[in-house]
Write a protein that binds this ligand. Sequence first.
Ligand code: XUL
Ligand code: CO
Length: 443
Amino acid sequence: MGYFEGINKIKFEGASSKNSLAFKYYNAEEQINGKTMEEILRFSVAYWHTFTADGTDPFGAPTMIRPWNHLQGMDLAKSRAEASFELFEKLDAPFYCFHDKDIAPEGDTLKETFANLDVMTGILKDYMKTSKTKLLWNTANMFTNPRYVHGAATSSNADAFAYAAAQVKKGLETAKELEAENYVFWGGREGYETLLNTDMELEQDNLARFYHMAVEYAKEIGFDGQFLIEPKPKEPTKHQYDFDVASGFAFLQKYGLQDKFKFNIEANHATLAGHTFEHELHYARINGMLGSVDANQGDTLLGWDTDEFPTDLYTTTLAMYEILQNGGLGKGGLNFDAKVRRGSFEPADLFDAHIAGMDSFAIGLKVANKLIVDNVLKDFIAKRYSSYTDGIGLEIAEGRTNFHKLEQYALSLTKVNNESGRQEYLKGIVNQYLLETLSSVKV
Ligand code: XUL
Ligand code: CO
């Protein structure tokens, strides 16, 4: 203890609190439909943004003032681990997530890297014995090291494929050891830049073989966490294979992997793919594939992944609307794959950022729950599609018709009457629920 001096355990103080280091809306204990906010929201801290990132950007040097900045190698790794559990405790965070490379430095050989990982896994395991914070997921960083310049499981080089396999094998052992609830694949370099040098068919077949081997090995060692694929359309590669949920789902189905995987959906990745966050959540949900969430937000003025802490209440509301209708996130959670801005370089900014994100999702949860309890959108949608509940519509919905019958029916119509979709009215209603919830929050 002692990395974040002057910062006490963050408490819920209510909407009128002027204390920046207090929750205004996130009240872990508060019950929403028989479950606590903590149980529904399952917040997670991302190790890489909070403990590993130093504020470097393509134009400038590190800016982050961190108590561990003077250290290196394994000393640095140990210090970050100690600091992380202090932050988790102060935020009362139920979960955290990491890449292998975040928790332990790479050695000169794979053997050395594994030895470093073993030490750090043991240290994290010890902290976890006396902490409530569990591992939501871990993953392998197969994008930073130059060996992955052409990809990992989709590399043109079989040696890189093998190295990646060894890394994931170790990752699954770590997941088992730390009792991770999930294991994530984000295909950082699994994509391509130009077809002029790419065998896309082989790359995709290999990616599927890799996933199958991971599933097999998890079974072999008895790791029963949920496998998750995290789609992202671009960055760092121009074309990433796991573009969005729809393309990822098609891939999983083609290769018979759809029962073994779900999706980890990141807000900023959704918008990079030209979708809304709620579109991706919805698409996964209706296909039974919504696994977990990387909770962040992008910037509509910028075309890249800015990984900002989520503060847009409209978006958190519509995201929670999907998550609640999914019956929650199961083994998944809301992982803040988000970083403080380069100019927010003080340790206290890490707390402000998480508090803002947690409060924003708490508000979203309350508004979404009210929208669901009052059946506002559901009733509207049911009425909008009511033509499929009797007559010719029911015949269509039950698969009891054909083009001959439909042609006959159409010939009998004098006019097709439509009703307004009333989009503006519905947006007004969502605003009304948002404002009503905000004003009714106990202060
Ligand atoms: C990159 C990204 C990753 C994954 C884990 O955009 O989101 O941090 O969440 O590899
Ligand atoms: Co992510």
